[in-house]
Design a protein around this ligand. Structure first.
Ligand code: SF4
Ligand code: SF4
Length: 365
């Protein structure tokens, strides 16, 4: 049974500090240490298409501005320049995309043309948000669908669901295998449209629809995002620091443990626990004893990795030898059609680092 999605982190006040990642955004003129800011106030402009501008997510005082983040110390009495709700309902296409970006939302850049897949499935193990978002926050998901139709008016939408009962009619979408790796955007795209695209661009997850629906419904800046934290799900203020979230969930790492941002297969290990999470962080996990388990066994030539590959690639033929020597020994690229899904690594009984091998063999493709 999926964990219950709580309305918000109950001990919201515990977060004294938010560290808002800049991701290349430039702080607005006049922003300096000590200035009071209001929740939702614009703090930095994002030049990168597809990424939202940066807003304060709590009332507070600017404590520090660096190349990578803006630190806000929470102060409920602080008042800066609170934003007004923005009228969005008459906007379409690029005009709507620009307005959403100004409200802090990452709006995917989707090339004109092909269909957009709307997935109601969590992409990989360790992400457990979708069932709760689709049941407890259905109205916001529906608002996300309405906004998506306005944003990409010339696209056809295809729903991808895990069971026939989730479709009102056959023409409403397709039923897909709800087991990983078939739930990954790249693999969904390959399965439904026959397109090989390891980025999975053109697939919107339930989490992305929720965020879109939230801004569309309120016309207000995005200040929270849903996060799987260990075995539970929460809405967290954007910019919540990893260290505070781990402390809250009683998940402090010890020697040899790893903190992973994202799912349990494709997630990335974090080295700086003071960093704040942006809206793209779907999960945070503590993995115990990673260093011990990192030592893999020799390849058993069992072929499980190749059998698990949704692209039908014979990665077992490349998986022998000492992984430390792979970067020098292996000519790359040579894994044409790899979706970088990690299913081979998950299937390997010897714990061989096959996702690293797949990345190595697709470099420069
Ligand atoms: S080789 Fe591995 S990472 Fe690449 S598509 Fe196959 S299972 Fe996925
Ligand atoms: S699953 Fe692991 S042990 Fe089996 S062939 Fe593939 S790399 Fe070798």
């Amino acid at each position: 049974m999926s964990p219950k999605l709580s309305e918000t982190i109950k001990d919201w006040n515990a977060f004294e500090i938010t560290a808002l990642p800049l991701r290349g955004a430039r702080p607005v003129k006049g922003l300096k240490r000590g200035r009071a800011v209001s929740a939702g106030e614009l703090l930095a402009i994002q030049p990168e298409p597809g990424l939202g501008d940066v807003q304060a997510t709590t009332n507070g005082l600017v404590e520090e501005i660096s190349e990578i983040e803006i630190i806000i110390r929470r102060d409920d009495q602080a008042v800066g320049q609170p934003p007004d709700p923005q009228p969005l309902k008459n906007l379409y296409g690029n005009f709507l995309a620009r307005a959403l970006k100004k409200l802090g939302l990452d709006v995917p850049v989707i090339q004109t043309g092909g269909p957009i897949i709307l997935s109601s499935l969590d992409p990989e193990p360790g992400l457990t948000l979708a069932p709760a978002l689709y049941t407890e926050h259905r109205e916001t998901i529906l608002a996300g669908l309405e906004a998506a139709a306005r944003l990409w008016p010339s696209h056809r939408f295809i729903r991808a669901v895990g069971k026939p009962g989730d479709l009102s009619s056959k023409s409403d979408g397709v039923v897909v295998n709800k087991k990983y790796p078939f739930t990954l955007p790249a693999v969904l795209k390959n399965t439904i449209l026959g397109l090989n695209d390891p980025t999975g661009s053109g697939v919107l997850t339930g989490r992305e629809l929720f965020l879109l629906g939230r801004v569309w419904r309120t016309g207000r800046p995005l200040t929270i995002s849903p996060l799987t934290l260990g075995r539970s799900n929460y809405f967290i203020p954007i910019g919540s620091r990893v260290i505070d979230l781990l402390t809250f969930a009683n998940l402090m790492p010890g020697p040899g443990d790893a903190v992973v941002r994202g799912g349990l297969v494709l997630g990335q290990s974090l080295s700086r626990l003071e960093e704040g999470l942006d809206q793209s962080a779907a999960a945070l996990h503590l993995i115990r004893g990673v260093e011990k388990s990192a030592a893999c066994e020799p390849c058993r030539a069992c072929g499980d990795c190749a059998r698990a590959c949704p692209a039908g690639l014979a990665i077992d033929r490349l998986a022998g030898g000492n992984p430390d020597e792979w970067p020098d020994r292996i000519n790359r690229p040579q894994l044409t059609g790899c979706l970088l899904c990690g299913a081979c690594a998950l299937a390997c009984p010897a714990g061989r680092p096959l996702l690293s091998l797949a990345r190595l063999l697709t470099q420069g493709r």
